[in-house]
Ligand binder design. Structure first.
Ligand SMILES: *Cc1c(COP(=O)(O)O)cnc(C)c1O
Length: 369
């Protein structure tokens, strides 16, 4: 049963779909609670504005905005190809990595096709599956809030079109190694595409491997998605990329809506690659803060899952909403997952201190069972 509409007849798949809920902004929290000075640690953004060279490149490109951009973002593909050491036919560019994920669904998922992913994971996976009227097959996380790849392997059948692995995982922050992913992929038919969503690649322990180096050359059915939104601080620009077999890349390219990657996004992506060294320094700063936040939390009794991205996950359980609201009323906006836990972005030292201080006021972890 679907709702009756006074205008139009939305597809049942859309009608039943929840709207995507983005992390709450600081201004909205201030308005809701009558407070000022709120901070947003809810969307895993980079706390710093983009580095100046990127801002300059985007400003300069704005003067040409009367023209359509290069639909294929050829210059970005070429720059990515040399930067990553892969053939240019093996790389593509999209409107953020969620744009590329949607293209993967458009390319591979017909109504009734199965999509396998561990859950809890990235919020857009169920939304896109439902949009295509696909069937989501989810597998539970293990006791460490990490992926159980044996369970994933057992869930894949000949009906599976896509397997989605966010590593590091959002929201739990845990990661899987390319060695373990290879074992999984060895048991999966080439008729199933395995998507490795590496939005947080830059924050990951390199010892876990690099799927572009370790998996893509070996497995034509593995595609890796990455983004300029997090480490590079370009979430508002919408630029992501993917690396995979040329046949997969060519199929995915057909589903890019015309000119989806704006001219500003294209120059920003190239400027960000040019600034890789400066960006690496910023990533190091976030990694030191992540280590500091974790050690302070652990010192006060928290038990946390392994954190491999630019956020920490507090597995609070049934008191999640209460803790989330307590933090938000005091101006610290985080991302709650009701009855499960809270995801908190690692930010600047000042903002992280404020989070730690406020959390200590709101909740004592000794009460975590
Ligand atoms: C933030 C995030 C993305 C990034 O999306 P963009 O569209 O590139 O901004 C992709 N996957 C996961 C798991 C994320 O958390």
């Amino acid at each position: 049963m679907t709702a009756t509409h006074s205008v139009g007849r939305p597809r049942p798949a859309v009608d039943l779909m929840p709207s995507y809920r983005p992390g709450k902004g600081a201004a909205q929290a201030e308005a809701e609670h009558g407070i000022t000075n709120a901070i947003k640690l809810a969307s895993n953004e980079n706390p710093l504005p983009p580095i100046q060279a990127i801002v300059d490149a985007v400003s300069a490109a704005a003067t040409g905005a009367n023209r359509y951009a290069d639909h294929r973002a050829t210059a970005v593909r070429e720059r990515l190809s040399t930067w990553l050491g892969v053939d240019v036919e093996s790389v593509t560019v999209g409107a953020g990595s969620v744009g590329l994920l949607q293209q993967l669904f458009l390319t591979y998922v017909d109504p009734g096709d199965e999509v396998v992913y561990p859950w809890r994971s990235f919020e857009v996976y169920p939304v896109y599956t439902q949009l295509m009227a696909g069937t989501a097959i989810t597998t539970p996380l293990n006791a460490a809030h990490a992926f159980d790849l044996d369970a994933v392997a057992a869930a894949v059948t000949e009906r599976t079109k896509l397997v989605l692995l966010a590593t590091p995982n959002n929201p739990t922050g845990t990661a899987v190694s390319t060695v373990d992913i290879a074992t999984l992929v060895d048991g999966i038919s080439p008729a199933t595409i395995i998507v490795i969503d590496e939005a947080y690649r830059e924050f990951l322990d390199p010892a876990l491997g690099d799927p572009v180096r370790d998996l893509v050359p070996r497995y034509p059915n593995v595609i890796v998605t990455r983004t300029f939104s997090k480490a590079q601080g370009l979430a508002g620009i919408r630029a992501g990329y993917a690396i995979g077999h040329p046949e997969v890349i060519a199929a995915v390219d057909k589903t890019l809506f015309p000119f989806a990657v704006s001219a500003l996004a294209q120059v920003a992506a190239i400027a960000a690659i040019d600034a890789a060294d400066e960006i690496a320094l910023r990533v190091s700063a976030i990694l030191s803060e992540r280590a500091r936040v974790i050690s302070e939390l652990v010192a006060t009794g928290w038990q946390l899952p392994d954190a491999q991205a630019n956020f920490v996950y507090l597995p609070i359980g049934e008191r999640t909403d209460e803790v989330y609201l307590g933090l938000e009323r005091r101006g610290v906006v985080t991302r709650p997952f009701s009855n499960e836990g809270i995801r908190v972005t690692v930010s600047t030292p000042d903002e992280n201190d404020r989070f730690l201080r406020t959390l200590a006021e709101v909740f004592q972890p000794t009460t975590v069972s």
